[in-house]
Design a protein around this ligand. Structure first.
Ligand code: PLP
Length: 287
């Protein structure tokens, strides 16, 4: 089956898709991105990702490449053409193509935009969630605006590689105060030793996860004590449960932190329930 990508105004075969060598995304990481999960061929948490995309663009003073309606059509078309039922759609928007200079080009070029979609193996994802994954912790080394979803992902890529080399799925960054900020591509959660569900608050230097927000909304009818309160790696290691959230992970149980087994070493009841609730809400298109 041929794969398709959307590049600056048209769908092209994935193998032929290319951007300009002086695209500022390529030269300076001067761009943002968004990722939507796809379930049943539909975008999950669609609105939250659009809102965050617009905020990221506004914070960097990059023009919006098109209106929300048109963008949604392009994303849906990428899903359709690539026949994705379960997977991910990626969107990158950069400040555009200009002669290399750090300062913003004047006049402003048109923003450049790329959309790709890929299918994921749902059975493998469910098996992974049923088993749980390991995380490692690493010193925070990213810039101070992690609330903006930029394509500047080198520290995240380095952290993921370190995790992979230790047989783990994710790396949690730990700030100079000794508190976990978030994962390289997910938000971090624990159910602490007292049974309180905790995740870092969004005044910290973290991405305001769309999945994080929906999971918090889903807590409404659950009888779970919850606080947006930072935790240390030590608290995570003594926690009853841990898990991560994100468009890729959805809600994914964590069973080891730096090699220390969490709880009984199997996915905990809270993480398991929240994963089921999130997937149910996504499939019912209520998020
Ligand atoms: N934190 C980081 C650094 C991420 O890259 C991501 C997702 O890609 C998340 C958190 C989770 O965000 P979301 O739930 O919006 O996918």
């Amino acid at each position: 089956m041929s794969r398709w990508a959307y590049v600056n105004g048209r769908f092209v075969r994935h193998g032929d898709a290319a951007v300009h060598i002086e695209d500022r995304g390529y030269q300076l990481a001067d761009g943002v991105y968004e990722v939507w999960a796809v379930m049943g061929g539909k975008l999950v948490d669609s609105l939250g990702h659009f809102e965050r995309l617009e905020r990221s663009l506004d914070e960097l003073r990059i023009a919006r490449p098109m209106g929300r309606k048109a963008l949604e059509l392009v994303l849906r078309e990428a899903v359709r053409r690539n026949r994705v039922r379960y997977g991910l759609v990626y969107l990158q928007v950069t400040r555009g193509v200009a002669r290399r200079d750090h300062a913003f080009p004047d006049p402003q070029p048109l923003p450049a935009m790329v959309v790709t979609a890929k299918t994921l193996d749902r059975k493998a994802a469910e098996a992974r969630a049923a088993k749980g994954v390991g995380v490692i912790t690493l010193p925070e080394n990213r810039w101070g605006r992690c609330d903006i979803k930029t394509v500047g992902l080198l520290p995240n890529a380095m952290a993921k590689q370190a995790a992979k080399e230790q047989g783990c799925a994710e790396a949690w960054f730990v700030d100079p105060d000794g508190l976990v900020t978030e994962g390289a591509s997910s938000n971090a959660w624990i159910v602490d030793a007292d049974g309180v569900l905790r995740t870092r608050d969004t005044t910290a230097n973290i991405l305001r996860g769309v999945t994080r927000k929906s999971v918090i909304a889903l807590l409404g009818e659950q009888n779970i004590r919850f606080e947006e309160r930072a935790f240390t790696p030590q608290e995570a290691k003594q926690a009853r449960e841990a898990f991560i959230t994100g468009a890729g992970a959805l809600v994914l149980p964590v069973v080891t932190v730096d090699g220390k087994v969490i709880g009984d070493g199997v996915p905990g009841p809270v993480a398991t329930r929240l994963r089921a609730l999130y997937i149910e809400a996504a499939q019912a298109s209520v998020i």
